[in-house]
Design a protein around this ligand. Structure first.
Ligand code: BDP
Length: 599
């Protein structure tokens, strides 16, 4: 599915702004059939939970309704009209006037529907979207809804970040030609001083005489290669590579031409680069790459997970200020605008699926129980969950496959990879990921309960990613013990797997402004000392090829007693002010980028 773009043959009408909004219980039966009975409005894009000072919105479980009137531009006569939602978290039913036009499951990937038959150019229609925030054992991410002692529905889930709901990304309608390009897949290779761009176009059925062609343009618009037909390879002589920290993008323009006239035209930004795993190294453009950066969240005050270009730019500037070269889209696919920007800024991305919380052992482990079964027919997550996970991976890779910034897929965060059923669950998903994208390494983020000698899936993956909290959840307030345990742990993985290791999470909560002369959890000083200790260990272990601190910024969490107004492991506060550790990271990463990733 192509991102909506205004081209010489396509138009886009963005529907962001204030929509009529209310919760299911407030609006009566079949609310799409008339103007929503409410005076409340909500912005799109934004999560709705924090907009209103009312727990009914914050803790809502179920459907919320968004509605607005849309006028179709009169010039769209004779074209196809597509309606596109960049995300509806987590499930949506979309109505054009009285008609249900599409439903979609999965809160972090886009979907579109052809509404040509339901609308008229120049006319208005009522667009109503029911968004359901419930997580179930077969949704990705999983969760369950139970009834509390007062008979109210309560959402349970196995991840700590707050379950924000609503329309957190853009909604738009587009006019597209009937005869059009539906998808483009581009992969790149380097051959000496040339770049090779292989492409595969999917089009609607073409009328006789229609021809498909493709041009590759430099950033200043010079044509450097061309081809015709739905598939092919274009060679770019003296190619300028996309490099971490030094992005360069070509534009591939795909066109359908008939009778000398361009019937459809679609431009795609393409960075020529390669990624591979060799031994215990990750190579970008044939050179070892050391990842510095963060696990992030899409999270900010008031708007929750709502995409915001100001936060996007500011977050990237802060990452650059720390000397970070990369981040992981923990724990779900981020808005496409984030990846487009990463492509342009030369920031490296590990693209993570929304499969977080496939782990019953975490809660059980902390409660002291030992026997739990997460996967398989006797576990909580069987074939139905795996099918949903597979469908999600298909949507993720379909959306993000062309981004040069994405160098790796992480297909799950902290699953119960010690459970024997995990292998049957994950083996087909790893194969599916490789089949959908043979060009990028695949990883998953391992959690401490599965060690190098008890994990049953790590050998299936290209890169070992490890989340560790020695000095915080284990060895609390004991950095000496934490250092010894961390080193032994990492050495175990190095010896068992001989693969590159990225420490994909490590960190400690810190309340900004709390200082202590001797080690004290929750102080900025302890967070700084803990991070420095981890880095000393990384520098002693050859296979460690990356360090992603958890987390970039403080973020809203499920309300539990271990969280003080959210998770405070941020290097920046939720309003993006640096804690002391930010300065320490800046000192290390700016000098590391010289030493480990010379230009
Ligand atoms: C890890 C999770 C991450 C949490 C973090 C924490 O991957 O999402 O926020 O722990 O506890 O287990 O801070």
């Amino acid at each position: 599915m192509l991102t909506p773009k205004i081209t010489s043959t396509r138009e886009v009408l963005n529907l962001d702004g204030l929509w009529r909004f209310d919760l299911d219980a407030a609006v009566g039966e079949e609310p799409w059939r008339a103007t929503l009975r409410t005076t409340r409005e909500a912005p799109v894009p934004a999560s709705y939970n924090d907009l209103f000072p009312d727990p009914r919105f914050r803790d809502h479980v179920g459907v919320a309704w968004y509605q607005r009137t849309v006028r179709v531009p009169h010039g769209w006569r004779g074209t196809r009209v597509m309606l596109r939602l960049d995300a509806a978290t987590h499930e949506a039913a979309v109505y054009v006037d009285d008609d249900l036009v599409v439903t979609h499951v999965g809160g972090y990937t886009p979907f579109e529907v052809d509404i040509t038959g339901h609308v008229t150019a120049g006319g208005e229609f009522r667009l109503t979207i029911g968004v359901d925030n419930r997580l179930t054992p077969s949704s990705i991410p999983p969760g369950s809804v139970d009834t509390d002692s007062l008979g109210r529905p309560r959402q349970r889930y196995m991840h700590d970040f707050f379950n924000y709901g609503g329309l957190a990304r853009s909604v738009s309608i587009q006019s597209v030609p009937a005869e059009r390009i539906d998808d483009i897949t581009v992969t790149t290779e380097i051959d000496g001083t040339s770049g090779l761009v292989s492409y595969d176009l999917v089009t609607t059925d073409l009328t006789p005489g229609a021809e498909v062609r493709l041009r590759v343009l430099t950033a200043d618009g010079t044509v450097v290669g061309a081809s015709s037909g739905s598939r092919g390879v274009v060679e770019i002589p003296d190619v300028r590579l996309w490099r971490p920290g030094a992005a360069y993008l070509y534009t591939v323009v795909a066109e359908i031409v008939r009778d000398g006239e361009v019937r459809d035209s679609y431009p795609l930004a393409v960075g020529v680069r390669t990624v591979e795993v060799r031994g215990n190294r990750v190579l970008i453009n044939g050179e070892p790459f050391y990842f510095t950066g963060f696990g992030k969240h899409e999270d900010s005050p008031v708007r929750g997970k709502g995409h915001d270009p100001a936060y996007l730019v500011h977050d990237f500037e802060l990452m650059r200020w720390t000397g970070a070269n990369s981040f992981r889209t923990s724990h779900y696919p981020y808005a496409e605008e984030v990846l487009d920007y990463a492509d342009r800024q030369g920031i490296v991305v590990i693209g993570e699926a929304a499969a977080v919380g496939l782990n019953l052992a975490i809660a059980a482990g902390y409660l002291g129980q030992t026997e739990v079964t997460t996967f398989g027919p006797r576990g909580a997550f069987g074939d139905t969950t795996r099918d949903a996970h597979a469908a999600h991976l298909r949507e993720l890779i379909a959306r993000d496959k062309n981004h040069p910034s994405i160098v790796m897929w992480s297909i799950a965060n902290e699953p119960d990879s010690r459970d024997p059923g995990a292998r049957d669950y994950f083996a087909p998903l790893v194969s599916l990921t490789r089949e959908l994208d043979p060009t990028r390494p695949v990883t998953y983020a391992n959690m401490i309960l599965a060690q190098h000698d008890t994990d049953v899936i790590a050998d299936l993956f290209d890169v070992v990613s490890i989340n560790r909290y020695y000095g915080w959840y284990q060895d609390t307030n004991d950095l000496a013990a934490a250092e010894a345990h961390l080193e032994a742990d990492l050495r175990g993985w190095e010896a068992s797997f001989h693969k590159p290791i990225i420490v994909s999470e490590f960190g400690a909560d810190a309340i900004a402004g709390l200082h202590a002369a001797v080690d004290q959890p929750w102080s900025e000083d302890y967070q700084t000392a803990l991070v420095a200790m981890y880095q000393r260990v990384f520098d002693r272990i050859d296979s460690v090829v990356g360090e992603h601190v958890w987390a970039f910024a403080d973020f809203q969490a499920m309300p539990i007693t271990q969280r003080v107004d959210g998770n405070k492991k941020g290097v920046f506060t939720r309003d993006r002010r640096p804690k002391a550790v930010a300065h320490a990271l800046r000192a290390r990463w700016t000098s590391l980028s010289q030493a480990k990733n010379p230009e």
